[in-house]
Design a protein around this ligand. Structure first.
Ligand code: HEC
Length: 155
């Protein structure tokens, strides 16, 4: 057997790292997110509580949204869309979801836009808003999550 040279050892080490990275990458997506990180589990639990008390009355306990949410109501305003994968929340990046929740849709559309979506600034802390967004995202299938994640990278 040839004596291992410095170069061989380096190459072996690099190969092992690449392999470990690959395995980690494969497992990362497959792990349910709360099995990964106890802090995230805490945030998820907080997010669910916030969702139930602050969002469910309009967006639905099952995140199903209001009936006929694609059509404006008699007052011309849009009903609350679902927050599960059948809605379009996942068309927004994390930052947009945060800003819509904190500042309302006026900040996102125009200042004069009429909407029933309240702004939660001063009502929920930033931590609670991030937690509720995380909770909403946790209900999406992997494919939708991946698609939404690609929007995060664009902003
Ligand atoms: C009083 C009812 C009401 C409550 C409570 C409410 N929303 Fe909404 N929300 C709406 C309505 C109505 C819309 C759609 C408004 C529009 O399109 O004009 C909306 C839209 C949104 C959107 C944009 C969705 C999209 O698919 O583009 C997000 C994000 C959102 N809400 C998050 C939240 C979160 C998070 C909470 C709880 C912290 C919450 N909402 C609580 C009524 C509500």
């Amino acid at each position: 057997m040839p004596k291992p040279t410095y170069g061989n050892i380096l190459a072996g080490g690099a190969a092992a790292l690449v392999l470990a990275g690959g395995i980690f990458f494969l497992l990362w997506d497959r792990f349910p997110i709360d099995a990964l990180d106890p802090d995230r589990r805490t945030a998820l639990a907080m997010g669910e509580t916030v969702y139930r008390s602050s969002c469910a009355s309009c967006h639905g306990l099952e995140l199903e949204g209001q009936p006929n949410w694609r059509q404006p109501g008699p007052d011309g305003k849009m009903p609350a869309p679902p927050h599960d994968a059948s809605g379009h929340a996942w068309h927004h990046s994390d930052e947009e979801l945060f800003n819509i929740t904190k500042f309302g849709l006026q900040a996102y559309v125009t200042e004069t836009y009429q909407s029933d979506m309240p702004a939660f600034e001063g009502i929920l802390s930033d931590e609670e808003i991030w937690a509720v967004i995380q909770y909403i995202k946790s209900t999406w299938p992997e494919e939708i999550r991946r698609s939404q994640a690609s929007r995060n990278n664009q902003t």
